[in-house]
Design a protein around this ligand. Structure first.
Ligand code: NAD
Length: 372
């Protein structure tokens, strides 16, 4: 069966869905791999490397006759419409924003998977692209901050005097937040962090950071995820966090609630009260923002602090973001592959979980509701 790897066309996307290093895992399972020209260009993987690894380079449209399509961003509806019935597309697919693509998949009888929907169960960990990309984003957030901060991160004792460590505050300690904490600690900063999930306290402490105790009960929903909270409680949380924000040299926010807008954690007065030169990184800027006024892809001045709004941060480290994402895709695809044949087994909780369309129907209930 033929597996096609597309060249990403969306603005700011530098990742690629398969890296040369992993081609042999697919060919070794009896699959043919076809790569679109220049697909790996922005991730520093030239066409020759794919060819040397055993892939073929597409002469015309790589998607012609493809049984499986691997991509980072959702395919455009026009490309989906040209796929053969029963073809499988695996990519990120933020369903609410991609209804046209989903309609096209339904009409064309294409099976479409959304990597955001990989269940958070241990058997699916190697396929969990939200986790792999959040790791990249959390790491990068700290480097962006360190590069912009007009101060040292580590304590420095020199003959010219002692420089205190930077104070870093991380709000939201899921995958990205914990990686940000670990990275900031490695750079020598003094780190404190907060998350609404009770389990996060131990995880934060185990990285050597201080957990901020707020006088609020823990808030958890299904699967250990944070649930949305009442506005009154959210305001109390913001008020209690404000002094921590204004006392930090660097603030990194990563809070999210699955399927909802990101919670607003920090209002402008708290940022305005930060020391001159402080840096705020809002990793949630694209999903509504944790910091009031943050804009994806923009750096702006608030008071005397710099506010950096994240936009496709994993794509800013395209080599390793692609490597990890590709491994997630390969693991998912191999779960469906046997004797060189790919088949969609809806009895498998992972396959059923990630499937949005199959056989001319929309299987993902929330998407069905959105389509009306
Ligand atoms: P996420 O991106 O949905 O959210 C990031 C963090 O924001 C979460 O820790 C959440 O609790 C926090 N948050 C939400 N609202 C907040 C608020 N108002 N104030 C402060 N923090 C707030 O989450 P994620 O990073 O994808 O992971 C969420 C959970 O899933 C974690 O418990 C993580 O350990 C777990 N997880 C499990 C697996 C697995 O078992 N395979 C894989 C990945 C993550």
């Amino acid at each position: 069966m033929r597996v096609a790897v597309v060249r990403e066309v969306r603005e700011h996307e530098r990742r690629v869905a398969l890296v040369p290093e992993l081609v042999s895992r697919l060919t070794g399972a009896g699959l043919d791999v076809v790569v679109e020209e220049n697909a790996g260009h922005w991730a520093y993987h030239p066409d020759e490397d794919y060819a040397a690894a055993g892939a073929s380079l597409a002469q015309d449209d790589a998607l012609d006759g493809a049984d499986v399509v691997l991509a980072v961003q959702p395919l455009e509806p026009e490309r989906v419409a040209k796929l053969k019935p029963g073809a499988i597309v695996i990519s990120f697919l933020p369903v609410a924003a991609e209804l046209d693509t989903i309609r096209a998949a339904r009409e064309a009888g294409v099976t479409m998977f959304a990597m955001e929907l990989v269940p958070r169960i241990s058997r699916a960990q190697s396929m969990d692209a939200l986790t792999s990309q959040a790791l990249v984003a959390g790491y990068r957030a700290v480097l962006v901050a360190a590069e912009r901060l007009p101060r040292f991160f580590p304590l420095s004792m020199t003959a010219a005097g002692t420089v205190p460590p930077a104070k870093v505050l991380v709000l939201g300690a899921g995958v990205a937040g914990l990686q940000a904490i670990a990275t900031a600690k490695r750079l020598g900063a003094r780190v404190e962090a907060y998350d609404v999930r009770a389990a996060a306290a131990e995880e934060i402490r185990s990285l050597g950071a201080r957990f901020i105790e707020l006088d609020l009960p823990p808030l958890e929903g299904a699967g250990g995820y944070a649930r949305e909270m009442t506005e009154e409680r959210a305001q109390l949380q913001r008020d209690l966090l404000a002094p921590h924000v204004s006392g930090a040299d660097v603030l990194i926010t990563t809070a999210a609630v699955p399927g909802r807008e990101a919670p607003l954690l920090v209002q402008q007065p708290a940022v305005q009260a930060m020391q001159p030169g402080s840096v705020v990184i809002d990793l949630a800027a694209e999903s509504g923002g944790n910091v009031e006024g943050s804009v994806p892809g923009e750096e702006q001045t608030v008071g005397q602090a710099l506010l950096w709004g994240a936009r496709n941060v994993p794509s800013q480290l395209p080599v390793h973001a692609s490597r990890l994402y590709a491994a997630n895709l390969v693991n998912l695809l191999l779960l469906m592959t046997s004797d060189g044949e790919v088949s969609v087994n809806m009895d498998d909780e992972i396959i059923a979980g990630v499937c949005v369309t199959h056989d001319g129907t929309v299987r993902h209930e929330p998407t069905r509701e959105l389509l009306g």
